[in-house]
Design a protein around this ligand. Sequence first.
Ligand code: QAP
Ligand code: CO
Length: 178
Amino acid sequence: MAYEIRTYGDPVLASKALEVTDVDAKIIRIVDQMFDTLYDSESGIGLAAPQVGIQRQIFVWDMGEESRVILNPVIAESDGEWTYDEGCLSIPGLYVEMVRPKTVLMKGRDLDGNEVEIEADELEARLFQHELDHLNGILMFDRMQPEQRKEAIAEYRRLAEMADGPSGPGAFRRLRAD
Ligand code: QAP
Ligand code: CO
């Protein structure tokens, strides 16, 4: 069963996720439901647990090849610069050009509890950095300069209003976002 995706303004998106200490049945179930949520979403390629209201260091991704999951990820190394129009399932409709490192080395654990190391560049490296930010309560807005941030939030509010109408779920977001 899919979870509901939390959107900008929901306090869980600004909170830090806790480490996963053991991979029990509950964690497996959460991961399964995160995949259901990712595949139900329109064109999502990555999803972090806080985006579905769960404060655990877990994210899932699928760039069209296979379903992947990582627990307790850290970025051990990063290098270069790459510009990309970044989007987020929790900020639907908004894409903002952001510069971040081009290549990363991510370390974490898989569902068997084994250590994993993944080297990535460009889109996949961007996905890892973006999802890792979610686990630290960081959204794209937090990575912008004050001017760009003000504009991006205003633009997102316009989009949310168009999507939901003035008394729809967007009203909640507008209140929380202040
Ligand atoms: C994170 O993002 C990411 O606005 C994953 O209306 C960011 O899956 C990976 C999405 C940058 C690589 C580069 C966004 C879907 C999906 C939207 C996503 C939308 C519908 C975003
Ligand atoms: Co996101």
